[in-house]
Design a protein around this ligand. Structure first.
Ligand code: NAD
Length: 426
């Protein structure tokens, strides 16, 4: 793999991006992708950096740096979240925008890939400061976004309220309401039903399909979940509702275990008042490290990246891993797990439910016609299972793991579209 060495390309050297490039190159080799297409897929189309001056509560002005990377728009407008975190830099945003390009392609959505962010610790801002920051950032990237151009969404450190401020700022500057400029908004201003639980539900649909392919059933299966936030708690709830036995879950403070199965609806009520899962009745404590090593039919890592790497991959006893989080299993660990017969469903498939329902939100906003939750879940199931099946067929035909297979399906769709559209100007 060629390393970008020029100073001008320093933002193309982030480990996250280099990891994505490695997968893209392996996938391109597998499907014998056109060389010129591959060259284009290895570079972001546009990287925007903006200064964001903000009036703070003490009346001083602080200048933050914001980014929006528009990686590829072959399949449609750019789509991807906005991250507020002190670790955000251009390199990280390029890596995340590349991943969105391939996830959107694999899901068969009419979207390119983008990502944005601001280097800031949002926990240190008051509500007013966060609102000022969001509005000025939206104004700065305003010329580059829009329902037909680039549609942001929430990510780490941002939420439905942040999207409401973005939508309002963009609409005020346009002179009329433009709900389709962002997704992940509150339902009251054009958000979609089903968006909150979509990623967890998508992961469970994928798990059901994976069990089916292995001649087994999620019903009665033992399930372990790391992370009991948005993704993990909904995955736990939907798995429980389908008759799975969720024997352990955890959060940042540690985990809880009950071999007969935890009562997930009661646990969801419990964390509303207690915030963390610790001391939940009828459970024993377990550490996050040990939780990952439990024997079970399916393990859902839904918290952080790189929790399964070469130091613990050999010790994993789960029969299947469904990546609810982004990047919880490293590439090297995936190779070890594949060799040991552990079936790993990668993040690009397993957590695609969020962006799929974001797509539904955008479609509903454009039509100004809203669907009920049953309709949304039915359509989500059909899209995510198609992505799983296409990857499964690729994995079987080429005898590779699902991570490489999913990337190959994504690159193949982009390749076809890029060759059809051609290069302008010549
Ligand atoms: P969240 O903040 O709602 O939940 C994160 C959970 O992980 C919390 O329970 C937290 O306590 C736990 N956690 C944090 N540090 C931990 C640690 N060291 N050990 C164990 N648990 C820890 O976040 P979320 O929205 O559920 O996102 C989780 C992951 O899923 C992230 O990787 C995110 O990028 C990815 N993801 C989320 C969505 C979505 O729609 N929310 C979509 C796609 C991917």
């Amino acid at each position: 793999m060629s390393m970008p060495s020029e100073k001008a390309e320093a933002h193309l050297s982030h480990p996250l991006f280099l990891n994505a490039l490695q997968s893209v190159e392996q996938a391109a080799e597998l499907i014998k992708c056109d060389e010129n297409v591959l060259e284009r897929l290895k570079k972001p189309k546009r990287c925007i950096a903006v200064s964001v001056p903000v009036r703070m509560d003490d009346y001083s002005v602080k200048v933050f740096t914001g980014y929006r990377v528009q990686y590829n728009s072959t399949l449609g407008p750019y789509k991807g979240g906005i991250r507020y975190h002190q670790g955000v830099d251009m390199g990280e945003v390029v890596g995340l925008a590349a991943l969105m390009t391939f996830k959107n392609s694999l899901m068969g959505l009419p979207y390119g890939g983008g990502k944005g962010g601001i280097c800031v610790d949002p926990t240190k801002l008051s509500r007013t400061e966060k609102q000022n920051l969001t509005r000025r950032y939206t104004s700065e990237i305003g010329p580059f976004i829009g329902p037909a151009k680039d549609i942001p969404a929430p990510d780490v450190g941002t939420d439905a309220q942040t999207m409401a401020w973005m939508m309002d700022t963009y609409s005020q500057e346009s002179g009329y309401a433009q709900p389709g400029v962002v997704t992940g908004k509150p339902v009251e201003i054009g958000g979609s039903l089903g968006r909150v639980g979509a990623t967890g539900l998508g992961a469970v649909y994928v798990a059901e399909r994976a069990f089916e392919r292995k001649g087994k059933s999620l019903k009665g299966a033992t399930v372990v979940i790391q992370g009991f936030g948005n993704v993990g708690s909904h995955a736990a709830l939907y798995a429980h509702e389908r008759g799975a036995k969720v024997i352990a879950v955890s959060d940042v403070k540690g985990g809880i275990f009950n071999g007969d199965g935890l009562n997930i609806p009661e646990l969801m009520d419990y964390i509303k008042t207690n915030k963390f899962v610790e001391n939940f009745p009828k459970s024993k404590p377990i550490s996050n490290e040990d939780l990952l090593l439990l024997g079970c039919d399916a393990l859902f890592p839904c918290a952080l990246e790189n929790v399964i790497d070469t130091h613990n991959a050999e010790k994993i006893k789960a029969k299947m891993i469904i990546e609810g989080a982004n990047g919880p299993v490293t590439n090297a660990a995936t190779t070890i797990l594949h060799k040991n017969g552990v079936f790993v469903v990668p993040d690009v498939i397993a957590n695609g439910g969020g962006v799929v329902v974001s797509y539904f939100e955008w479609v509903q906003d454009i039509m100004s016609f809203f669907w009920d939750e049953e309709e949304i879940n039915k359509r989500l199931k059909s899209i995510i299972i198609k992505a799983f099946d296409q990857s499964y067929t690729m994995a079987t035909e080429k005898n590779v793991d699902m991570r490489l297979a999913g990337m190959a399906v994504a690159v193949q769709r982009l390749e076809k579209a890029m060759l059809l559209r051609g290069l302008y100007p010549r």
